[in-house]
Structure formats: structure tokens, C-alpha cells
Write a protein that binds this ligand. Structure first.
Ligand SMILES: *[C@@H]1O[C@H](CO)[C@@H](O)[C@H](O)[C@H]1NC(C)=O
Ligand SMILES: *[C@@H]1O[C@H](CO)[C@@H](O)[C@H](O)[C@H]1NC(C)=O
Ligand SMILES: *[C@@H]1O[C@H](CO)[C@@H](O)[C@H](O)[C@H]1NC(C)=O
Ligand SMILES: *[C@@H]1O[C@H](CO)[C@@H](O)[C@H](O)[C@H]1NC(C)=O
Length: 374
């Protein structure tokens, strides 16, 4: 439903398990393994595993798309990879960094809520300080999805493969404690199918396939990778992104696309309920409600939102099929830039501003802290 979107995810739970088993006798170890299998990998207490959950993560491993990418998409030129060109990054840090925003993105705010620095992007790992490398890594890359999205970016499964390779190579695993994975799937799978078939209904028919694929990766993170805490986002109201609202002069949202997002979210919620009935391992991070509170068609921007322009992007291409940052052959700007990105929820046709992510983070910060305290 959007052309180029990002999603992130991170994981790292085996380490707690490995440290716990090392401390046990062979008989106790066999019993622990049996218990582990019985409970589906859940630990019932924070003791003995090298991790006493106290509201903070020791490292965070992110998998997903452009909502979470902090620099993993290679620079393939302005037309293909807008996030590496101005005006991206104009608010923070003042230059483009591969983030799909004027500043910080979801990963930055999730890490903040977990009390740790933003994890290094996989692509930028060389040259990163060792201290930072021990705090996790971000494998999310713009354009990716659960399944093939036609962008040739690593899907979630391939990102987890990459993570497992990185972890095997790291020497200080045993020191690690409270590892958390984050999985961000923001709709590229659906955008791909909707584009291909020129219809939102084709995307809606695809929901069971995407959610089944997502379920398999979540199960894998817990049962095969050993992650004991996994945060997974749901879908924002896709029909309220400027991609859909521009033809409506930004007055309303596309009801069918929003219904599709709601259906995905309901399916994801029942998958998690079946996978983890006690909510011990997975936290469903609701992005839909906080987005809707700012951008749904009942929000006019005239006083009922902190965003004066709830659905109009700050960076708006002149042509409907253009893009933020577009230039003509002479280098002349083919887009309009708003005076104050903080007054807009959306930065470009599908991605929020830093101010929008900050507002959304207010709603999830307490939930993350509670999740990491039990
Ligand atoms: C994910 O990507 C890998 C590597 O390109 C590929 O082998 C695999 O089939 C993909 N998975 C899905 C579900 O598309
Ligand atoms: C896509 O579908 C819309 C109506 O749903 C139609 O107006 C448009 O012409 C179609 N575009 C293509 C390329 O088929
Ligand atoms: C779109 O909305 C703006 C105000 O937000 C208004 O000035 C303009 O006339 C509208 N355009 C159309 C085509 O309705
Ligand atoms: C688990 O979380 C969901 C919300 O995602 C909630 O509806 C459900 O009641 C929770 N279950 C338990 C046992 O706390």
C-alpha cells in the first residue's frame, strides 16, 4: 500500500538460556531442557538466567522495514534511496543518515524506552565502538517484508539469519543478559501485492499468508533463537498515509486500506494469544491506536491534535507520483518543504516525522517498561 516503507526488528534471547544452562549439573540441565520444552521456551523468573528484568534491556536486536531502518539501505542514488538525500535528516542530526524521516525513527524511540542507546545499523557496524556493539544491532532495512516485496531487500527471515551469524561470531555472549528482539512489519508485503494487482482487495486477500509467515518468524525467535522477550508492532492505519489521502486533498482516509490494517492486526493478536497465552514472551506494540488518534479522518488539526496538518506530509512532491527529495535534471527541487516538521505527523508519503514518533512513543513507553519488568 505504500511504495517504499521501512520495518525493523531485533532479537537476542538465547544468551540468557545458554548462561543458565552452564551453571547447572547434567541432571539439572536435562530437567531444565525438559522444562524449557514444556513451557515453550518461557522462563518463569528472572533469576539464574543472567537476566533480572528491571525495566531495561541490556541489548536490543531489531528486524523490520523502513519504520525501523537506521541506515541499512545502501545508497543507490537519490531516486531509489531517498533517505540518503536531503531533506531527510534535516531535524536530526542535520544531514541524511538513511532514516526515513526528518529525524529519529521508531527504533530510536524503542531503544530509548528500553533505557539503552540506539543499536548500531548492521551496515554501519565497522567503525562502531565495541561498547555500542554489545548493546545490540539493527538489521531492519527499508522496503523489506515478511515475504518477497520485490525490493530485493532482506526479508525478516534473512535478517534473523544474519543476526544468528553475527551472534555466533561474537565472543562475549556469556556476558550478555537481558536481550530483547523487536520486529517491525509496516506493510510492504501488502504494498507489493496491491501495486502488482492494482487493488487493495488483493492485499487484503494476502493477509492470512503474511500473518502466517510472521507467526513462523516470531515462533522461531522464541523457540529456535531463544529470545525471551520479543516486541512486535502492529499495522498503523495505512489508509491515512498521504499516499492514500493526497487524492482526497488530505481531508479523509481510505476506509478499505484501514479495514485491511485492522484485519491484519486482529489476526496478529490471535496468533500471539495462541503462541503465548500468558504474554510472557511477546509484547504486541500497538501503533494503530496512537497513529489513529492523530491522523484519522475525525481529526481536523484545528485544535484537536498537536499536529496542525494531520494528514498532509511536511515534504510534499509536486507530482502525485513524485517523491520527497526529488530534483529535476538541473537540480531544482520538485517538492515543497513545510516550515516546521513538528507541526506535521507525516514527513513523506508514508513515513512519520520525528515529532510524530515522539508522540507515538509516549503511548508505548510505559508498556515497554512494564513488559521488561516481569
Ligand atoms: C526470505 O529470503 C530468503 C533469502 O533471499 C529466501 O530464501 C526466502 O525464501 C525468503 N522467505 C520468504 C518467506 O519469502
Ligand atoms: C487501477 O484501478 C483503478 C480503479 O480501481 C483504475 O482507475 C486505474 O485505471 C487502474 N490502473 C491500472 C494501471 O490498471
Ligand atoms: C485542498 O485543501 C486546501 C486547504 O487545505 C484548499 O485551499 C484547496 O482549495 C483544496 N483543494 C481542492 C481541490 O479541494
Ligand atoms: C495478553 O495481552 C493481550 C493484549 O495484547 C490481552 O488482551 C490479554 O488479556 C493478555 N493476556 C493475559 C493472560 O494477560
Amino acid at each position: 500500500m505504500d511504495r517504499r516503507r521501512l520495518a525493523p526488528a531485533a532479537t537476542m534471547a538465547l544468551l540468557c538460556l545458554a548462561a543458565a544452562l552452564l551453571a547447572l549439573s547434567p541432571a539439572a540441565e536435562a530437567a531444565a531442557v525438559a522444562e524449557e520444552q514444556r513451557t515453550g521456551g518461557k522462563h518463569t523468573s528472572g533469576s539464574g538466567g543472567g537476566c533480572a528484568w528491571s525495566g531495561k534491556a541490556s541489548s536490543v536486536w531489531v528486524f523490520g522495514d523502513s519504520y525501523a531502518d537506521t541506515g541499512n539501505l545502501g545508497d543507490l542514488g537519490r531516486e531509489l534511496t531517498h533517505a540518503w538525500y536531503d531533506p531527510y535528516g534535516v531535524t536530526f542530526p542535520g544531514r541524511p543518515t538513511g532514516r526515513f524521516s526528518d529525524g529519529r525513527v521508531l527504533t530510536d524511540f524503542i531503544a530509548g524506552a528500553m533505557g539503552i542507546p540506539t543499536p548500531v545499523a548492521y551496515k554501519l557496524r565497522r567503525g562502531a565502538a565495541a561498547g555500542l556493539l554489545s548493546r545490540g544491532m539493527n538489521f531492519a532495512v527499508g522496503g523489506s517484508g515478511v515475504l518477497d516485496t520485490g525490493y530485493l531487500q532482506r526479508n525478516i527471515s534473512a535478517q534473523i539469519d544474519l543476526f544468528q551469524g553475527q551472534r555466533a561470531a561474537a565472543a562475549d555472549n556469556a556476558k550478555r543478559g537481558c536481550d530483547v528482539a523487536v520486529v517491525v512489519v509496516s506493510g510492504n508485503d501488502y504494498a507489493y501485492v496491491a501495486d502488482k494487482d492494482n487493488s487493495t482487495s488483493a492485499a487484503i486477500a494476502y493477509i492470512p499468508t503474511v500473518v502466517r509467515g510472521l507467526r513462523e518468524q516470531l515462533r522461531r525467535l522464541r523457540d529456535e533463537v531463544g529470545m525471551r522477550k520479543v516486541v512486535v508492532t502492529n499495522l498503523h492505519p495505512m489508509g491515512c498515509t498521504p499516499l492514500f489521502t493526497r487524492p482526497l486533498n488530505y481531508t479523509g482516509c481510505d476506509a478499505l486500506a484501514n479495514a485491511g490494517a485492522a484485519q491484519h492486526n486482529a489476526a496478529l493478536q490471535s496468533v500471539l494469544a495462541a503462541l503465548d497465552p500468558t504474554n510472557a514472551t511477546f509484547l504486541l506494540l500497538d501503533l494503530n491506536a496512537p497513529f489513529a488518534a492523530h491522523v484519522s479522518d475525525s481529526v481536523s488539526g484545528a485544535g484537536d491534535s498537536r499536529f496542525a496538518e494531520p494528514r498532509r506530509p511536511c515534504c510534499e512532491s509536486f507530482a502525485a507520483d513524485g517523491y520527497c527529495g526529488q530534483q529535476d535534471d538541473g537540480g531544482k527541487r520538485m517538492y515543497a518543504l513545510c516550515a516546521d516538521p513538528a507541526k506535521h505527523f507525516y514527513w513523506d508519503d508514508v513515513h512519520p516525522t520525528q515529532a510524530a514518533w515522539a508522540a507515538v512513543a509516549e503511548s508505548f513507553r510505559p508498556k515497554i517498561q512494564e513488559f521488561l519488568s516481569a
